[in-house]
Design a protein around this ligand. Structure first.
Ligand SMILES: [Zn+2]
Length: 279
């Protein structure tokens, strides 16, 4: 593979274009990233999110380590497509026209939206083609039994701990269907309203039974405005090892999500889509 130059904010040129093409076609486009050849703020934000997702230093600078991580993501897709008879020629880590065409052919053959982008549904079909295993056809549920058994046990402990501390807490969402996630993703983009998530169907831990949303319930209703109660929930949840959405850090979109708790087993949703399983 050729050596790529280090890129940062406000740089311009053909390597910036390659960077943007790769990120865009790997579906890092939730903040409206476009392939312009200009390393703008949107590019900077998705680079930082990519770095977080891949456990790299989130400095927004595309040096050798970040380049390697991005190119590896593309070669991973290219090798897979070649191996299952959607040929694209050289595996070079660059998401060019041949790779886009192979993705489109694969999407068309699998009744997926044909856009040439490695959407979560495209990725799961590539690496994890049985929908029973990856939950892509399961309905939404409020029941803790819809969660991964270990996460369900944590949720149970969390609810008990809240009760012991004088907080009455209810579950708002447990498993969320991929279709429902897509509807949330559309909000503020192709549908009216404000943006509420940067995750498409398959890209949220709710879609893998690894997350739940909860809220304080006071005087017969959900107390959305009781921020003190939400903060206390956050403290208690983290005390038993849950990750809390109140500490959310996304560089592309600022989403503080105080009802949200998750336990990820150290796996990114990209890894789940690639077929890795929680321990
Ligand atoms: Zn949530």
């Amino acid at each position: 593979m050729p050596t790529f130059p280090t890129l940062k904010l406000y740089y311009e040129g053909s390597y910036v274009r390659i960077l943007q093409m790769n990120l865009y076609d790997l579906n890092y486009r939730y903040n409206g990233l476009q392939v312009t050849g200009k390393f703008d703020i949107l590019t900077y934000e998705v680079v930082r999110d990519f770095q977080v997702e891949h456990k790299l230093v989130p400095d927004g600078i595309v040096g050798p380590i970040t380049w390697t991580a991005i190119l590896n993501q593309v070669t991973y897709i290219q090798s897979k497509l070649n191996s299952i008879n959607f040929p694209l020629g050289n595996v070079d880590g660059i998401f060019g026209a041949k790779t886009t065409m192979a993705v489109k052919n694969f999407q068309s053959a699998n009744n997926l939206l044909v856009n040439g982008i490695v959407t979560p549904r495209t990725r799961q079909k590539l690496f994890n083609p049985n929908p029973e295993i990856n939950y892509s056809n399961r309905p939404s549920s409020l029941s803790l039994s819809s969660l991964n058994p270990y996460v369900a046990s944590l949720a149970e402990r969390f609810l008990n701990l809240c009760t012991k501390n004088g907080l009455n807490v209810i579950i708002i969402t447990a498993f969320r269907s991929w279709d429902e996630q897509d509807i949330l993703y559309a909000q503020g983009r192709t549908a009216p309203g404000n943006i509420v998530t940067d995750a498409q169907g398959g890209d949220s831990y709710h879609n893998w039974g690894l997350a739940f949303d909860s809220a304080p319930f006071e005087n017969g209703r959900v107390a959305w405005d009781d921020s003190a109660a939400f903060n206390e929930m956050g403290v208690l949840g983290q005390q038993i090892g849950l990750e809390w959405g109140g500490n959310w850090t996304s560089y592309a979109i600022s989403l503080v999500d105080t009802p949200h708790f998750q336990y990820t087993f150290g796996l990114s949703t990209e890894q789940l889509l690639n077929g890795l399983k929680p321990a």
